[in-house]
Design a protein around this ligand. Structure first.
Ligand SMILES: Nc1ncnc2c1ncn2[C@@H]1O[C@H](COP(=O)(O)OP(=O)(O)OP(=O)(O)O)[C@@H](O)[C@H]1O
Length: 216
């Protein structure tokens, strides 16, 4: 699966509807930015999409989902955990294979974190933790990227480098972004969420940041 077409997406908390019913069709090759004010439903929508595409997705959740006690290497390796038999993962926990070490180390180098490979995730800064979650998604190398605010803790140059990298490595993506200018620059389509509904759906090259600001 590299695109998807879902309809009737809904989510409620304590009986209160926070999403939908909503339809979203994403073609292979599209980079979709989900924008909208805090609480609009972007993370919930990403979760709903992830439940459906599951193994076909590389996920960067907002809360990152790192295992603090494990080194960076193992957190990144988790991106491919379901592709290996248990014995392989158990050996990797103790003594990673050279091939996997080289793969993970290459990704960390691209993200400017080579020297942190054997450090526990707990010892990293917020931006470093975010880059580990990004490296895990890159290592998974699934057909679809689902990312929830993946650059919120990164400085300007690093945020641009990561958006460039994600665009290059994933043909199809859905990325929740607070930064409207980054959304316009790196995504081909903007989907604006307001009160759990699609309030805007347009190609990026037909929009300005002022058009999007009406959602806020
Ligand atoms: N676990 C939960 N329990 C109860 N309500 C929730 C839960 N998760 C989300 N909500 C509610 O659902 C709505 C949508 O939340 P969601 O996190 O999807 O918004 P968002 O657009 O991603 O916000 P942000 O930009 O702040 O991350 C909000 O009103 C939020 O309070």
């Amino acid at each position: 699966m590299s695109g998807f077409d879902f309809s009737g997406l809904t989510a409620s908390f304590s009986g209160e509807r926070v999403i939908g019913p909503l339809s979203l069709r994403v073609e292979s090759g599209e980079q979709v930015a989900l924008v909208g004010k805090s609480g609009a439903g972007k993370s919930t929508l990403i979760r709903l999409i992830h439940e459906r595409v599951n193994r076909d997705a590389s996920l960067v959740p907002q809360e990152l989902g790192l295992v603090n006690a494990l080194p960076v290497f193992h957190n990144v390796f988790m991106g491919q955990l379901d592709r290996h038999p248990t014995w392989y993962s158990t050996i990797t926990l103790i003594r990673p294979f050279a091939r996997n070490r080289a793969e993970v180390s290459g990704l960390l180098k691209t993200l400017g974190m080579s020297e942190k490979i054997w450090m526990p995730a707990a010892s990293l800064s917020g931006g470093q933790r975010q880059r580990v979650a990004i490296a895990r998604a890159l290592y998974r190398n699934a057909p679809i990227l689902l990312a929830d605010e993946p650059i919120s803790a990164l400085d300007g140059p690093m945020a641009h480098m990561v958006m460039e990298l994600l665009k290059e490595r994933f043909a199809t993506s859905v990325i929740a972004l607070h930064d409207v200018d980054m959304a316009l620059k790196y995504c081909t389509r903007i989907v604006g969420i307001q009160d759990g509904q699609v309030a805007l759906d347009e190609r990026s090259d037909r929009l300005t940041s002022a058009d999007i600001m009406s959602l806020y």
